[in-house]
Design a protein around this ligand. Sequence first.
Ligand code: 5AD
Ligand code: FES
Length: 349
Amino acid sequence: MNEHEKELIDRLEREHSLTEEEYARLIDGRTDEARQYIAKKADAVRQAIYGRDIFTRGLIEISSICKNNCLYCGIRRGNKNAQRYRLLPEDIYACAESGYSLGFRTFVLQGGEDPYFTDDVLTAIVSTLRERFPDCAITLSMGERKRESYEALYRAGADRYLLRHETADADHYRMLHPPEMSFEHRMACLQALKEIGYQTGAGFMVGSPGQTSRTLARDLKFIETFKPDMCGIGPFIPHHDTEFRDCPAGDLYLTLFLLSVIRLILPYVLLPATTALGTIHPLGREMGIQAGANVVMPNLSPVDVRKKYELYDNKICTGEEAAECRGCLARRFSAIGFNLAVSRGDVKR
Ligand code: 5AD
Ligand code: FES
């Protein structure tokens, strides 16, 4: 690590900000030594705010039906081989019940943009969960919707919303998405979510086709200025039924480096060690935590549908019961000195 690199990292730690050019230089110039140096700082920052607690979110993948056609995604509309399913409201409540007894106090309903989940249907589900689990946070990750829809869901009791921006570079966004999707609309949705009062999550894939240190620098600048409460980043992993099938997966060490950078930009951010990170390396999630992450999102979906929610190839934990994943994660994190918290795990601000 040269002096310049060290100076950038030290300044990022102090000021939580660099210019876009500096972010790009930090990424291009990174060495193993710099990655370890920044991970240490990120670990200390997370520790000072959140201690040794790792927050868990019970992820319920409610539908693999999607009207969108994002080029990277295995459940894109155009994938005729994808297996489609949708959970009924009763299935969702059952997942939440079992999750609650395992110690989950946040439920994340995630799914493709499935037209079945109209505002009426989804607000009814959210209200029911709100009533049955008053001490839990309800997070939605259901894609782009109308502002009125986000408002109705918020009134029904949803607390948080995850909508990755995917890339903060409009040209890059166009490379990853079909013409009917727009960067401006994605940004408008994120803005609306924040204004309505959701704890809002943005995020992006590391190593998506067409990504450069330039576009990543833009992602970091966007994170710095938008200040999301959550930031989901994980490696891109090719799916065999998409046209990106032959593209290489995102790099483990770059992902870890970026987790640390994001922790220094937004010390309070809730930062998951994602399933995708655990998919590209058997200890990916542990390394993510050690690089500054503090959230993990194991799957609560019924085992018989798990393989069908296949955004990318070789996804881990698709054969495990929820209880197995909870126990497995508790052991894994305690082995590296962390503790799986039983709490909503709200963002500190
Ligand atoms: N590899 C990694 N992550 C993916 N996602 C979608 N497809 C892939 C893939 N092939 C991510 C997107 C989306 C989130 C739900 O999953 O970033 O926002
Ligand atoms: Fe699912 Fe380890 S986290 S089995």
